[in-house]
Design a binder for this molecule. Structure first.
Ligand SMILES: CC(C)(COP(=O)(O)OP(=O)(O)OC[C@H]1O[C@@H](n2cnc3c(N)ncnc32)[C@H](O)[C@@H]1OP(=O)(O)O)[C@@H](O)C(=O)NCCC(=O)NCCS
Length: 175
């Protein structure tokens, strides 16, 4: 482990399409400020966060939150940050996938699918009965993606993030 990434702990290797693998690392130490800023800048330019007007500063704060029950995970291909996820454990008899983004140039490679498969395994390991995620009603691609991987819409949450939009809460039963 080099000094540059001493704040990361490798959790597993995710097998993605074309016989490739991507590392799944967890942020376990003070998150390197420059890396965090670069990630936040990219996320702020992506929908749905761009559409909601989330600033890079807000995303930096979100990625910095030192909550012990919020696992910050990075998908790393070689030196490149291909994706980021935040998982909150201990939520409604299970966990809540608070954030998932795969960078535009890495989408469609099976990284999201491999991550959700790892998340299910992790849930089984921890004895979780449920896993939850929320996606914006306008984010048809994300809703289809979650539904293809075992999540079912369970509630509509109008105005959760902005007055004009509705979020859809989805649940995956593990038990
Ligand atoms: C939604 C998201 C996390 C999915 O991650 P991903 O790594 O692109 O997902 P995968 O590559 O596993 O699958 C994506 C799609 O590629 C398609 N696909 C299958 N084989 C493929 C191939 N050989 N080449 C390209 N795409 C392929 C799949 O059908 C899948 O479609 P689906 O959305 O209907 O499931 C990602 O697209 C993303 O970050 N989007 C923007 C942010 C966002 O909306 N996040 C969710 C907020 S709740």
């Amino acid at each position: 482990m080099t000094a540059r990434n001493a704040y990361l702990t490798t959790i597993t290797s995710l097998a993605v399409r074309n016989d490739a693998t991507v590392r799944l690392d967890e942020v376990t130490g003070p998150f390197d400020a420059e890396t965090k800023r670069r990630l936040a800048d990219r996320l702020a330019a992506m929908d749905p966060w761009h559409r909601y007007g989330f600033s890079s500063e807000r995303l930096v704060r979100f990625l910095s939150a030192p909550a012990p029950d919020a696992r910050r995970l990075l998908m790393i291909d070689g030196e490149r940050h291909a994706g980021v996820a935040v998982v909150r454990t201990g939520w409604l008899a299970g966990s809540y996938l608070n954030f998932l983004a795969v960078m535009p140039e890495d989408q469609g490679r099976g990284i999201g699918e491999a991550f959700l498969a790892w998340l299910a395994e992790e849930g089984h390991r921890l004895g979780e009965r449920n896993q939850f995620v929320a996606a914006s009603a306008f984010n048809a691609a994300a809703l289809a993606f979650y539904e293809r991987h075992g999540f079912t819409p369970v509630a509509e949450l109008p105005g959760l993030i902005s007055d004009e939009e509705t979020e859809i809460l989805l649940r995956r039963r593990l038990a």
